[in-house]
Design a protein around this ligand. Structure first.
Ligand code: FNR
Length: 342
């Protein structure tokens, strides 16, 4: 199967998943204690966030998805327009299709062409050769590099990678060779505290925990073939909220993605220590259902609602949300007890 076909399959199956999702996930087990006199005035609120030497005007980003086929190049164009119109950061999908076939460069390059002044992240996996990573960064003039870890996606794929043992050393080699900040991310199965603690020593500047609760790549890969041999890997891993709690004292700046459904989930993730919050499947659904204007409207509304929530909760900045009283319920509470999280 061609790489372009695989990229189109991912989009199609991710959208089937979006439409089939129950709507519930472990963010529902995080609630703010309501303090009726805690509110501040809206002009006091800023959405700006800073981590790893990076400053964003808002703690929201369009996370890695696609590129590599005609259809996904058009999607990247629309995502880039939405990022430009709302000032949020954006990540490319995995750029390995470009390494294999340079003729699809334009399907990634469009992220920079449509969004010349924006914050754009390149995306590769840990097996990428250093010279290819440099080409990826140059192609889209990337401001940062995401390296994705996806063992639970590779495993159900008959053609998937089975050699994971050198990934840490390869991340270290890549981080030493590039001059933009490196962010390691999962793809929807979460990063554990142990994983996050290993990253600073590899030269990584931030970790996007990208946990369970939204897009499920084991399910997507199983959906691409008749026999779903690995159906038991569906819902593998830790939820985004669990990851943030697990790694809260790791010392590495954390980003959050995976199952973020609305501005309250953004506020919850920020309160649990994330410096910024990303979404992939949900934003893609809005784009494909309603076009680029619908995505611009959604992003604009989320930023407005996040500022309103900060006003109500008495948090002048996103970082101040970490000082809000938060309650942890249900299985998430059990997870914290098992992992020794206070
Ligand atoms: C992804 N994701 C992803 N991640 C990555 O690092 N490189 C990639 O190429 C892709 N490709 C991709 C395609 C599609 C169609 C989707 C929906 C997602 C994973 C993504 O960045 C994110 O980690 C997960 O999707 C979890 O977030 P959501 O979708 O639950 O908000």
């Amino acid at each position: 199967m061609s790489s372009a076909q695989r990229k189109d399959d991912h989009v199609r199956l991710a959208m089937e998943q979006q439409h089939a999702h129950s709507g519930r996930n472990q963010f529902d087990e995080v609630s703010f204690v309501h303090h009726a006199l805690a509110g501040i005035d809206r002009p006091q609120v800023s959405l700006a966030t800073a981590f790893a030497g990076i400053t964003w005007q808002a703690p929201l980003y369009i996370n890695a998805m696609t590129g590599g086929s005609v259809k996904t190049g058009a999607i990247n164009r629309d995502l880039a327009v939405a990022a430009r119109e709302t000032g949020v950061a954006i990540a490319s999908g995995s750029m390995h299709a470009y390494f294999k076939d340079p003729s699809c460069a334009g399907t990634f390059r469009v992220l920079r062409e449509e969004n010349p002044g924006g914050f754009v992240m390149a995306n590769v996996n840990a097996t990428a050769r250093v010279e290819d990573v440099r080409r990826a960064i140059d192609l889209i003039e990337a401001d940062a590099l995401q390296i994705h870890l996806n063992t639970a996606q590779e495993t159900p794929m008959p053609e998937g990678d089975r050699s994971f043992g050198s990934w840490a050393a390869q991340i270290e080699a890549i981080a030493a060779a590039v001059d933009v900040p490196v962010i390691v991310k999962e793809v929807g199965n979460g990063l554990s505290r142990q994983t996050v603690l290993a990253l600073p020593g590899l030269g990584v500047r931030a970790a996007d925990v990208s946990g369970r609760g939204g897009t499920d790549f084991a399910r997507i890969e199983n959906g691409r073939r008749d026999r779903a041999d690995y159906a038991y890997l569906h819902d593998w891993g830790q939820s985004t909220a669990a990851c943030l709690l697990d790694a809260q004292d790791s010392g590495l700046p954390l980003l959050a993605s995976g199952g973020v459904r609305h501005p309250l989930d953004v506020a919850r993730a920020l309160a649990l220590g994330a410096h910024a919050v990303g979404s992939s499947g949900g934003f893609l659904r809005t784009l494909l259902d309603g076009g680029v204007d619908a995505l611009v409207a959604q992003l604009t509304s989320w930023l407005d609602q996040l500022a309103a929530l900060q006003t109500m909760l008495g948090a002048p900045t996103p970082a101040d949300l970490t000082r809000c009283d938060v309650l942890i319920h249900g299985a998430l509470r059990d997870f914290c007890a098992d992992r020794g999280v206070d």
